[in-house]
Structures are given as C-alpha cells and as structure tokens.
Design a protein around this ligand. Sequence first.
Ligand SMILES: Nc1ncnc2c1ncn2[C@@H]1O[C@H](COP(=O)(O)OP(=O)(O)OP(=O)(O)O)[C@@H](O)[C@H]1O
Ligand SMILES: [Mg+2]
Length: 309
Amino acid sequence: MSLLVVNNVSKAYSGNSPFGRGGKVQAVSEVTFSLEDGDCLGIVGESGSGKSSLGRLLVGLEKPDSGQVLFQDHQVDRRGRDKALQSGLQMVFQDSNDAVNPRFSATKILAEPLKNFFDLKGQALRDRVGELLEAVGIPASECEKYPSQFSGGQLQRICIARALAAKPKLIVLDEPLRGLDVSVQAQILNLLSDLRKNFGVSYIFISHDLEAVYNLANRLAVMFGSRLVEMIDDLSLFNSIKHPYSLALMASAQFRLTDSPPLISEKKVSLGGCVYSDRCPQAFKDCFAKVPPLISLESGHLVACHLKA
Ligand SMILES: Nc1ncnc2c1ncn2[C@@H]1O[C@H](COP(=O)(O)OP(=O)(O)OP(=O)(O)O)[C@@H](O)[C@H]1O
Ligand SMILES: [Mg+2]
C-alpha cells in the first residue's frame, strides 16, 4: 500500500484573476502521483503554479473538485472525522508568523496537538514539549517564550515541532525556508534531513529552491500552470530532465522563481494547449492545441511535453 495516492486531482477557486475562466482560477489540474513510505518528494514551480493549493488538498484542508487523495487508503478530505488521519498527515505552512497564535507561548503551541491526539496532561505534557523543542534545536528552557520573542528560523523550528508532535507519517512542508537568511535555511534543511532519519517521517517539500530540493528530496515533481509537467522518481535522473520549463529552471542555478515572467496567458489556456506553450522556445502547433499527457520516458521518469512524445 502506498502512503499517499493522488488520483487525477483538480481544484479551481473563484476569483477575479484575468487568468481564470469564467471568474475561476484553475489552481490544480489533473494531478496524479503516489508516494511511498520514507519518500521525500520535492515540488518546485514558479509562484502561482499551484504548489500550496496542491499541498492543502494533500492534507485534506481543502476538498478537490474532482479526483481523490488517499492517505493509507483513507480519503483525506474526510480527515475532520478521523483523528488518526489528522495526526498522520501534517502540514508546515508557508509563513510561520501566520501559522501560530501570537498570544500562545511555545508550550501552548505544542500542547495543542499533544492534548488533542494523545491526551497528555501535567508533567507528561511538559516533558514532551521539552523533548520536541530539543528535537528541533531549541532549548527546553525557552518553552515559555512567545512567537514575537523568537527569530524567524526559531519560529519555523517551532512549527516543525508542532507538526512532529502529532507523530505524523507524512509532513507537507510548504516553503519552510521562505524568508529565512541563507545560513538559517541551511540549518533548517539539515534539521529536516535529521528528523526524516530519526523519526522515519516522509515529506512533501514544496520549494522555490531547486538546490534545496536537490539536497533534501529523493524525488522531484515540477509544476507549471496548475499541472505536473515532469516527475522523476530518483534524483539520479536529475540530468535527464527533459521538459523545457524544468530545463529553464535548472539553467538558472541562482534562480528565484518569484522573479520569473508573468503567468500563462488566458488565451493560450482557453485554447486547451500546453500550460507552458506561450513561454516555451520550442513550442509548435500541437502545443497550442492540446494538453500533453504525462507520459513515461523511462523507468521512474514522467514528462508532459509534445516534443518528447
Ligand atoms: N483561496 C484561494 N482563492 C482564490 N484563488 C486562490 C486561492 N488559493 C490559491 N489561489 C490561486 O490559485 C493559483 C495557485 O496558487 P498557489 O498559492 O497554490 O500557488 P503557489 O505555487 O503556491 O505560489 P507561491 O509560490 O507564490 O506560493 C493562483 O492563481 C492563486 O491566485
Ligand atoms: Mg505557495
């Protein structure tokens, strides 16, 4: 049994974006993949490509318009009724400042899942809070500090500790390095790598930073314009990457994807072509007419590109 099975999942939001159809923004389109125990799947893609939306669907914070997400064979959008599902599947959000209540001390932040999932109280609760803080490199003696008294990196560690408190099987990390300076990013990456080994937890690691993904993940998925455009099941295939968008990504080693050119135009999307067609230097007639399916190029390597079909 796979840990997570994502089966043809789509999600649109209503909004006034000029990129949407009929007032709808297609955030995630027909995404399919599965994740095995122990995997760390890196998901990269430019701003607005649908990474966070996919992350929220994966942990059941939102319901797909169509398709299914199964965690250990259970449908995740029913997690509200299932504590095992809630604890097994955790998310660390994009902005740690928004993710915690500023009026809660570190103890109170971590106590919530411990009370909720394990009914811990009194000394046992305090001991576990201390253990979790130490596990993410914060002295247990700092447990009564409030979010404003921690640095950005420390606060992100607390968010990671809160996710770990639930003893999850899978954590979706949505840009856990965003807004942190480079040396702190490296520390958090090392921490995540250690926690993965020590706690046997699997990750979906959403990032703008291909280098960070390369360091932490064993698999890579590339998103563009709400779709998965390429996926490799082993980073040894990194140099075999074929999709023109993935190649553009790799070519700019110091890239910051938020700085990339604007999103796909409405015209090309409504024509039903490849989501990358208006930016692709190699696009030809078919690319503007039909969506390329995600096909297998070789074992463990999928790509959605008419050029490669
Ligand atoms: N709650 C929402 N309501 C309306 N539109 C939304 C909502 N959430 C996301 N979107 C839209 O869906 C698309 C995908 O957004 P999403 O946040 O998933 O992208 P992302 O890849 O995480 O971007 P970033 O790298 O900037 O975090 C965008 O066009 C966004 O505006
Ligand atoms: Mg995001």
